[in-house]
Design a protein around this ligand. Structure first.
Ligand code: GDP
Ligand code: IMO
Ligand code: MG
Length: 450
């Protein structure tokens, strides 16, 4: 391929917490000024909610760009693809009148989730003596294991029926033996599996291409690309609260590996954070609020998993973790979501630092057990006790809400570019410089200030 120096903007959207920060809504809003939206990590463990004119979409594998007319969507090589889940999602989108044919592309290098991955995950999650992660049971971990173990099936191989048959027969035999020996699982039928996946293969074929080439050609032609992160920084396989993480590189670095674009092609990284904090599944959560206020936030914020329906654990904004996310991802812009959920609180605790053995530390622990040693230092911020729902201009926010945002901005070290005041597309505040950079427009509001 010839190299062209002209390129459009490339921005990465990354979750700055434990996922569910509202990435879907923000990708949807920003997709108005991008030509391509690309997913780079995870699989259908993600649940990205977009609400357009009151109509709700929960996208798991398909990038949110698909909902924007004229926008192409890419499922990159870093994603693990369950073909059956993909076809189900595409079917539901078609039924809802969304155009998917001709504008949605799957990488031929993405790895395929097969039923034995789910079988092994379920069995091992429940096995005695194993650390229970509280996964989404989608087979994500075992699929990435096979990828790294160099025994996985890629989408290109799924389309090659002869290879698919041999792979399914051999892998099934091996996985059945392992699952039986370790977990006493019932064996899976490889013939049935082959038939089902051969059928899916034919339906998937029209979506498959070399998406790295597609993205690089698009950028070379001056088109802009938005990388849609899934999960969040603290769920990243390397940088998160290991082992209570997912199995992919959810951080911004994952975007280049997971799609095949060069690090030098990325212009900006946008970190998404809630105005508070949540996590689903097991693992450390220093600012967790296990009291009635935590419950109140869960109800007001509708904090139930978009995929599994599990109640999300709730807690307070954790600035040490936000600074860590800023460092690991190179976040230049922050988007603060769900500000409206805090509307009723008289005061809002914010964790401003960590103490270990009575001494303040800028370090985030490498071990899950390290979080047990942490004592959070809290500051109480005044609440605003009035509705911010649907506000679209910074100046119209109550003073205490502006102060809260200004504090967050100052302490996080990144600029606030957008604030979300409700789940809908329009319930969004744009800050001027961000809008100018990302949307090419200067019509939107002023900077966050106290
Ligand atoms: P994602 O995984 O990061 O895309 O986030 P999810 O879609 O899993 O969870 C975010 C939830 O919050 C969804 O139900 C959104 O509709 C909702 N949401 C997003 N932004 C806002 C906001 O500013 N205010 C409120 N009240 N809800 C929001
Ligand atoms: P989005 O993209 C929140 C969590 C699971 C579990 C851990 C490992 O919607 O933000 P896995 O099935 O990936 O092996 O589970 O990761 N998890 C998420 N939590 N949002 C997500 O995605 C998540 N994807 C995985 O709850 O704790
Ligand atoms: Mg989600």
């Amino acid at each position: 391929m010839e190299c062209d120096l002209t390129k459009g903007k490339a921005a990465i959207i990354v979750g700055a917490q434990w996922g569910d920060e509202g990435k879907g809504k923000i990708v949807d809003v920003l997709s108005q000024s991008f030509s391509v939206v690309a997913r780079y990590a995870g699989g259908h463990n993600a649940g990205h909610t977009v609400i357009i004119n009151g109509k709700k979409f929960v996208l798991q594998l398909v990038p949110c760009g698909v909902l924007r007319e004229g926008c192409r969507s890419v499922i990159g090589n870093g994603v693990v693809l369950d073909p059956i889940a993909f076809l189900k999602e595409v079917g539901a989108l078609r039924d809802a009148g969304v155009k998917v044919d001709g504008n949605l592309f799957i990488s031929n290098r993405a790895h395929v989730i097969l039923p034995y991955h789910r079988m092994i995950e379920l069995a091992s999650e429940n096995a005695p003596g194993r650390v229970k992660i509280g996964t989404t049971s989608r087979g994500i971990g075992p699929t990435y294991e096979d990828k790294m173990g160099r025994r996985g099936l890629r989408v290109a191989d799924l389309l090659d029926l002869k290879l698919l048959k041999t792979h399914v027969e051999n892998a099934c035999r091996e996985k059945n033996m392992i699952a039986h020996a370790l977990f006493n699982s019932e064996p899976l039928d490889s013939d049935k599996m082959y038939e089902e996946y051969a059928e899916a293969s034919a339906e998937i074929a029209p979506f498959v291409c070399d998406t790295a080439l597609l993205l690089n050609q698009a950028m070379a032609a001056g088109e802009s690309v938005l990388f849609e992160g899934a999960q969040g920084t603290m769920l990243d396989i390397d940088h998160g609260t290991y082992p209570f993480v997912t199995s992919s590189s959810a951080t911004s670095g994952g975007a280049v590996i997971g799609t095949g674009v060069a690090p030098t092609s990325i212009d900006t990284v946008i970190g998404i954070t809630k105005a508070y904090c949540t996590r689903v599944g097991a693992g450390p959560f220093p600012t967790e609020a296990l009291d009635a206020i935590g419950e109140q936030i869960r109800t007001r914020g509708n904090e139930f998993g978009a995929v599994t329906g599990r109640p999300r654990r709730t807690g307070w904004l954790d600035l040490p973790l936000l600074r860590y996310a800023g460092m690991i991802n190179g976040i230049s812009w922050l988007v603060v979501t769900k500000l409206d959920v805090l509307d009723e609180l008289a005061e809002i605790p914010v964790c401003v630092g960590y103490k270990v053995n009575g001494k303040e530390t800028p370090e985030v622990p490498a071990q899950a057990s390290g979080y047990d040693q942490i004592e959070c230092i809290y500051t109480m911020m005044p609440g605003w006790r009035s509705s911010t729902q649907g506000i679209t201009e910074m100046e119209k926010l109550p003073k205490a809400a502006r102060q809260y945002l200004a504090f967050l901005e100052k302490e996080s070290g990144a600029r606030i570019g957008m604030v979300s005041t409700g789940p809908g597309r329009e319930q969004t505040i744009f800050l001027e410089e961000f809008a100018a950079q990302l949307l090419g427009s200067k019509e939107h509001g002023a900077r966050a200030q106290g």
